[in-house]
Design a protein around this ligand. Structure first.
Ligand SMILES: [Zn+2]
Length: 239
């Protein structure tokens, strides 16, 4: 698997040190670079990391930073840069009331949908609410990526809503049976892999190693998973 390229469907390339614990980052061909708050957007605009697809967003943890001025700035960035997308956005049931996070989430879905861009979604313990919002607000989106996806019982409705499923190395902590159930439920053309670097698990040692470990436990090959997920990322990003 020496020269195999890959796509990372969710990481934070504009944060310093994003590659410190990512030994094979140099082999990445496509990187979906996300931002969590407006103060990171300039760094994303000037990010020179090869293969980066730029995402601008307000993460649910910072939903208090979403207001009219931020919305106008996001629209301006997207209008000026036809290759820019929206993320990291979403809902997090472990961080306060969802009702407080909802205006930022729906507002950013609407903007991405109006402009036909991709969205990269953070979802913790609120599948139903995210599904409802995607159904109501994301119809025009270029693609809807569910970052660090883990809820196999929701694969079907999310797949029917057109979503893609991005698996994070943290999923390896699951039992074999649950891992196989999850991976086999995801349609082949909707699977993505990610690292969320620099926020990688302690035992992370590169995308190839993650793909290999995931493959071994789910009846695939690491090379096959990397090729398939690279193809999927290229298709949705048109790169
Ligand atoms: Zn993230």
């Amino acid at each position: 698997m020496e020269g195999q390229g890959f796509a990372d469907a969710h990481l934070h390339v504009a944060e310093s040190g994003f590659s410190l614990r990512y030994p094979d980052i140099g082999r990445a061909e496509v990187l979906f670079g996300c931002t969590a708050r407006p103060s990171e957007w300039d760094a994303m605009s000037s990010c020179g990391v090869r293969g980066t697809v730029r995402f601008y967003g307000v993460h649910p943890w910072y939903s208090g930073e979403w207001d009219e001025g931020t919305a106008s700035r996001l629209i301006r960035i997207l209008e000026d840069d036809p290759c820019a997308h929206v993320g990291e956005i979403g809902l997090d049931s472990k961080r306060g009331e969802l009702s407080g996070q909802m205006p930022a989430f729906e507002g950013q879905l609407d903007i991405a949908s109006d402009l036909g861009r991709m969205v990269n979604i953070h979802m913790v313990g609120c599948e139903k609410e995210v599904l409802d919002a995607v159904r109501a607000h994301a119809r025009g989106c270029g693609a809807v990526i569910l970052h660090s996806f883990s809820s196999e019982s929701y694969v079907r409705p999310f797949a029917e809503a057109g979503c893609l499923f991005s698996l994070n190395p943290r999923i390896l902590a699951r039992s074999d049976a649950r891992l196989v159930r999850l991976v086999s439920a995801i349609p082949e053309d909707r699977l993505l892999l990610e690292t969320d670097a620099p926020y990688v698990p302690r035992d992370f040692s590169g995308m190839a190693d993650f793909a290999e470990r995931l493959a071994e436990r789910t009846g695939n090959t690491g090379e096959g998973l990397m090729t398939r997920t690279l193809d999927n990322a290229r298709r949705i990003a048109d790169v």
